[in-house]
Design a protein around this ligand. Structure first.
Ligand code: PLP
Length: 395
């Protein structure tokens, strides 16, 4: 019989020539399980998705209850669907008052696309500014914002009138003018290898946007829902963006995204022409039921309260002279090594020892550490021991 691994290579599209090829048959809490009894601690949360752990019982219950009612009934934006309405209401309740309208999407990239469209319509301008080293998704609009020129060359032509500035470069803010529709920035640059904006930069950025009438779009697709120790990372910078992008951790493990904005901004897609952004499955009722339960779990289990303590414990427990730098905000962390060979060897060894860690798309010299926020202190210590062992062996 052909194995699932062979069928994976044979029948499903491959995105690289070196996939991890770990087969997973079950996931629960902080752990993933393989077909032959393998058990792995998930230190990357399915790439910043499983903030509340895998298959949280309250999420499973919410999904089951919705399964008994309805699945897809119509395209987004037509019928009144309680899971969508209730989740949007709960989400707005944890956001500043300026956020008044939630557009639910399938994915992060779709939220990015919608936000760019809304920003252009609302301002009547065309230029969008992104950051060097940014990652905002893989559709052509989102890819136009990627700060890695290899993708621009490979997939040209992408969107016109996109310009780039460097993170934390105050002088670059002068590129934002009254011709700029929006600047889009990750609250913490994830795929660049966890690059944290400086407080003064973020505040100057907000001010420059106000001066020029430019919309400030925060991509919190990786940082949202407690990952950095606050519900949303913009709270660290004492500013409020105009448009907020969410996905990944939003759905408690189910596919969902959103862009959130003041009503006045969101309303531009209603007419001239009508249906300015539409989607069939965006805001799927089962995903919204899961998202609502997941948000409740973050609040009821007070998951935000322990993020900083756990991150500090990680930093302490993983310490090694061979780590060049530990960067992080809350439980969005990375360990900077010398080169990709070290990162590759360490992550392979960790996988053999039952620990899933990875690297970042545009920073292959840093190990990605972003465990579920529910990870226990004992698990952090056990994971750190394996990582230290691997670093001692291969660095
Ligand atoms: N924005 C950021 C910061 C991301 O990290 C990602 C995905 O990794 C995206 C956008 C795109 O999200 P999705 O993969 O759901 O389209």
């Amino acid at each position: 019989m052909i194995s699932n691994r062979e069928l994976f290579l044979q029948n499903t599209a491959q995105t690289s020539s070196s996939p991890r090829l770990l087969e997973i048959v079950k996931a629960e809490g902080v752990y993933l399980y393989g077909p032959n009894g393998e058990k792995y601690m998930d230190l990357v949360s399915g790439f910043n998705v499983s903030n509340i752990g895998h298959r949280h019982p309250q999420v499973i219950q919410a999904i089951q209850e919705q399964l008994d009612k309805y699945l897809h009934v119509t395209v987004y934006g037509e019928f009144v669907q309680a899971p969508q309405v209730q989740f949007a209401t709960d989400l707005l309740a944890v956001l500043p008052d300026s956020f008044q309208s939630v557009y639910l999407t399938n994915s992060g990239a779709e939220a990015v696309e919608g936000a760019m469209k809304v920003a252009k319509r609302y301002t009547g301008r065309r230029q969008i500014i992104a950051l060097n080293k940014a990652y905002h998704g893989s559709t052509q609009g989102a890819l136009s914002l990627i700060g890695n020129k290899a993708y621009h060359e490979a997939y040209a032509p992408l969107l016109p009138e996109i310009d780039f500035v460097d993170l934390n470069d105050m002088a670059g803010l002068a590129q934002i003018t009254d011709k700029t529709a929006a600047i889009i920035i990750e609250a913490v640059q994830g795929e660049a290898g966890v690059r944290i904006p400086e407080l003064a930069y973020m505040q100057a950025l907000r001010k420059r946007c106000d001066e020029t009438g430019t919309l400030l779009i925060f991509d919190e697709i990786q940082t949202g829902f407690g990952r950095t120790g606050k519900m949303f990372a913009f709270e660290h910078f004492d500013i409020v963006p105009d448009i907020l992008l969410l996905a990944k951790g939003i759905g408690g493990g189910m596919p969902l995204g959103a862009f959130v904005a003041p009503k006045e901004i969101m309303d531009v897609i209603k007419d001239n022409p009508m249906l300015g952004h539409i989607t069939t499955f965006g805001g799927h009722p089962v995903s919204c039921a899961a998202a609502r339960a997941s948000l409740k779990v973050i609040q009821e289990e007070k998951l935000l309260d322990s993020v900083e303590r756990k991150a500090a414990l990680f930093r302490e427990a993983v310490q090694s002279d061979k780590i060049k730098e530990i960067r992080g905000l809350g439980l969005m962390m990375c360990l900077q090594l010398e080169n990709f060979d070290q990162v590759y060897a360490v992550s392979n060894y960790c996988a053999q020892q039952g620990l899933i860690i990875d690297w970042y798309l545009h920073c292959e010299t840093a190990l990605r550490i972003a465990p579920p926020l529910t990870i226990s202190e004992e698990e952090i210590i056990a994971a750190s021991k394996i990582i230290r062992e691997a670093i001692d062996k291969f660095c």
